[in-house]
Design a protein around this ligand. Structure first.
Ligand code: GDP
Length: 445
């Protein structure tokens, strides 16, 4: 049996217990399940109050139900929603009844979205936007995800792909026309200028937006420096400030290894290398392992020191800011000023009193702004998308270069470019890529 003959169900709302919980069903048996539970099928797309009953007629819950007959539904299939009271017992009762129904099973992570994609309700970039929107922590992440969800990149890619296919058709028509050898210039010239225009447009998108695709992961800033420089004190100071969203991965209750900051919408993760140390506690080990992995990919190093020595490794290409700490204490003996020059910028703070911290945070916001570029105009939100757009641009360049060598070669490169855009949209694709993308989703989405 094809898996899509099965109707899926899942809890689509958050953790139980909650005031209200939403159970969603999708598939050809959603209607009969709803009829069994609610006693009848409500008017489509209208919130309807219903007493849900189990198989023996016993009441489960007083609920609100919704009925979206396909194809005008989120997944394109028949969809039902049960808005019940969010207790574990209610959900358990609903699920146990649903599980007894034939061809009904719990949904896999992302399966609703996958069905929407497979029924052409959304393209792959929109599915990615949906996933990003669900996981957005900061305002900028939310705006970027919403643009993607609205199909900004998808629409562009579709139009580029059509134009490339048209240009290829023009060239191929020319090949058929030409008895032998050259395609007439009247046919090649318009195709060529169209390809050049497209290439310029794609290149602008690739260069204009900085590293907007990194907005999902955020910027990684590492605090390094000699022992006792005040790294942990600075971390705890940051974690206490209102800008901190969460402080997960804290290895111990004593120290914070990692804080995530929302700096004017830019997600910034700060990692304290002082927290990176040998430990026997398995929970702490996991925190340390993660912190170490992320520190290795730092975008910026804050070298904390009591004097002007920045001993951080240079030459790795990662910018280093020298942060002189403990300015509330009398200044230590001035050291060789030459070492200051090895830092990209110099700050003076007191991690204990908080002096100078606002200036440091302001500078971090500026750095984040430059790093991510203008995310408002950013179309690319994932490495996958960037790679495929780069492949498209490369194939277009090849195609232009190949024109003199032979029209067939140029047309072949155009086919490669169109294929890359097809992959971007998920129209041409291999199951494993789809599996990877949809596995990242939550269950019930
Ligand atoms: P780490 O080894 O770099 O993590 O350093 P700690 O954060 O553990 O700090 C070492 C010592 O310096 C502690 O006793 C802190 O209280 C103290 N300390 C940290 N920052 C300051 C500061 O700005 N002023 C003063 N006076 N003491 C500080």
């Amino acid at each position: 049996m094809h898996p899509h003959d099965q109707t899926i169900f899942a809890l689509s709302s958050g953790r139980l217990p909650s005031a209200i919980a939403i159970v969603r069903l999708s598939g050809s048996h959603a209607g009969s399940a709803l009829r069994l539970l609610a006693g009848r099928l409500p008017v489509p797309r209208t919130a309807t109050r219903a007493l849900l009953r189990d198989g023996s007629g016993e009441a489960i819950d007083d609920a609100v139900v919704l009925w979206f007959p396909g194809p005008a539904s989120a997944t394109g299939e028949d969809v039902a929603e049960l808005h019940v009271h969010g207790s574990r017992a209610v959900i358990a009762a609903v699920f146990s009844l649903l599980s007894t129904m034939p061809q009904m099973r719990p949904a896999e992570p992302g399966e609703f979205t996958r069905r929407a994609f497979e029924n052409s309700k959304i393209d792959l970039t929109e599915a990615e936007g949906l996933d990003d929107l669900i996981h957005a922590d900061t305002d900028r992440q939310r705006r970027q995800a919403l643009q993607q969800l609205k199909g900004l990149l998808g629409d562009k890619a579709r139009s580029w792909r059509e134009q490339i296919i048209e240009a290829a058709a023009l060239i191929e028509a020319g090949i058929d026309f030409a008895d032998e050898g050259d395609v007439p210039a009247e046919l090649m010239a318009p195709a060529l200028s169209r390809i050049e225009r497209l290439l310029a447009e794609i290149e602008t998108v690739l260069t204009a937006q900085g590293r907007a695709e990194r907005l999902r992961d955020g910027l990684t800033v590492v605090i390094a420096g000699p022992p006792n420089a005040g790294k942990s004190t600075l971390m705890n100071q940051l974690a206490r400030r209102e800008v901190a969203i969460v402080s997960p991965h804290a290895g111990t209750t004593r120290d914070v290894i990692e804080v995530q900051l929302d700096l004017q919408g830019y997600p910034v993760t700060v990692i304290d290398t002082a927290g990176i140390r040998e430990t026997d506690d398995p929970v702490e080990q996991e925190g340390v392992r993660r912190a170490r992995d992320r520190a290795a990919q730092a975008d910026l190093v804050l070298w904390l020191s009591e004097d002007d020595q920045a001993e951080a490794e240079r030459g790795t290409g990662v910018p280093v800011w020298l942060v002189r700490n403990k300015i509330d204490l009398p200044a230590p003996q001035a050291r060789a000023a030459a070492s200051v020059q090895s830092a990209d910028r110099v700050f003076a703070i007191s991690a204990r009193t908080g002096a100078g911290l606002s200036e440091l945070l302001e500078a971090l916001i500026g750095f984040a702004g430059d790093f991510f570029g203008s995310t408002e105009s950013g179309l690319i939100t994932r490495e996958r998308q960037r790679t495929l757009l780069e492949e498209t641009a490369a194939a277009l360049r090849q195609s232009i270069a190949a024109v003199d060598l032979g029209e067939e070669l140029a047309a072949e490169e155009l086919r490669i470019a169109a294929l890359a855009l097809g992959r971007l949209l998920g129209r041409v694709d291999i199951e494993d890529v789809l599996d990877v993308i949809f596995r990242e989703f939550c269950i019930g989405k």
